[in-house]
Design a binder for this molecule. Structure first.
Ligand SMILES: Cc1cc2nc3c(=O)[nH]c(=O)nc-3n(C[C@H](O)[C@H](O)[C@H](O)COP(=O)(O)OP(=O)(O)OC[C@H]3O[C@@H](n4cnc5c(N)ncnc54)[C@H](O)[C@@H]3O)c2cc1C
Length: 172
């Protein structure tokens, strides 16, 4: 833990403003956290009766903004693949059902893990201009007039979820 505080103090040395106060508070905070942005890439998410789901399977990192949606849609995809569970006792059928789960989730996860260029600088701008520019962009993208455009961009990036099979079936 001391190494983490030391890293912070070195990085923010001489920054000014209330930085010293915040660094001192970090040392006594009960909920202090310092972590890296990592992704998990795995060739398979299932092995016989072991099934990975959510961050354990495909963590796209907080930078994607999609971790929760992927976890929920993964659970829905798994439930859909299992159906009433009648095939789970048969090794061959179970392997097919799990392959279906992976087939359905793989494109969505792959899309979510492709971060747009400059994403890290967007989240952690290093200059005063970068911070102001970032704040401005965040305000602009929330303009109601831009909602259709944002919906299209978000849809292409996987932010929109597909309805479950049950939801599709109930509408028929
Ligand atoms: C700072 C930050 C910001 C984020 N922002 C967003 C965002 O804006 N939008 C978004 O969609 N996602 C965001 N995410 C990502 C999102 O939080 C995760 O993708 C999501 O929580 C993953 O859900 P999960 O159930 O797979 O894993 P987790 O939420 O990590 O749940 C795993 C659970 O398993 C428990 N556990 C671990 N080991 C064991 C064990 N051995 N025995 C029993 N239990 C165990 C843990 O305590 C935990 O409760 C963010 C994440 C972080 C860290």
């Amino acid at each position: 833990m001391e190494a983490r505080f030391a890293l912070l103090e070195k990085t923010f040395d001489g920054v000014g403003w209330r930085t010293r106060e915040f660094l001192a508070a970090a040392r006594t905070a009960r909920d202090f956290a310092l972590d890296t942005y990592d992704q998990i890439h795995m060739p398979n998410w299932t092995d016989d009766r072991v099934i990975l789901l959510g961050d354990a399977a495909w963590c796209a990192s907080p930078l994607s903004g999609l971790g929760t949606a992927l976890g929920l849609s993964g659970a829905a995809a798994l439930a859909d693949a299992f159906g009433d569970g009648s095939g789970l006792g048969d090794d061959r059928v179970r392997a097919q059902l799990l392959a279906e789960y992976e087939r359905r989730m793989r494109p969505r996860v792959t899309a979510a893990q492709k971060l747009i260029p400059g994403r890290v600088d967007m989240v952690a701008p290093k200059t005063r201009f970068g911070i102001r520019f970032n704040a401005l962009v965040m305000r602009i993208v929330q303009w109601p007039i831009l909602l259709p455009l944002m919906a299209k961009v978000a849809g292409d990036s996987g932010h929109l979820t597909e309805p479950s099979r049950e939801a599709v079936a109930s509408k028929r």
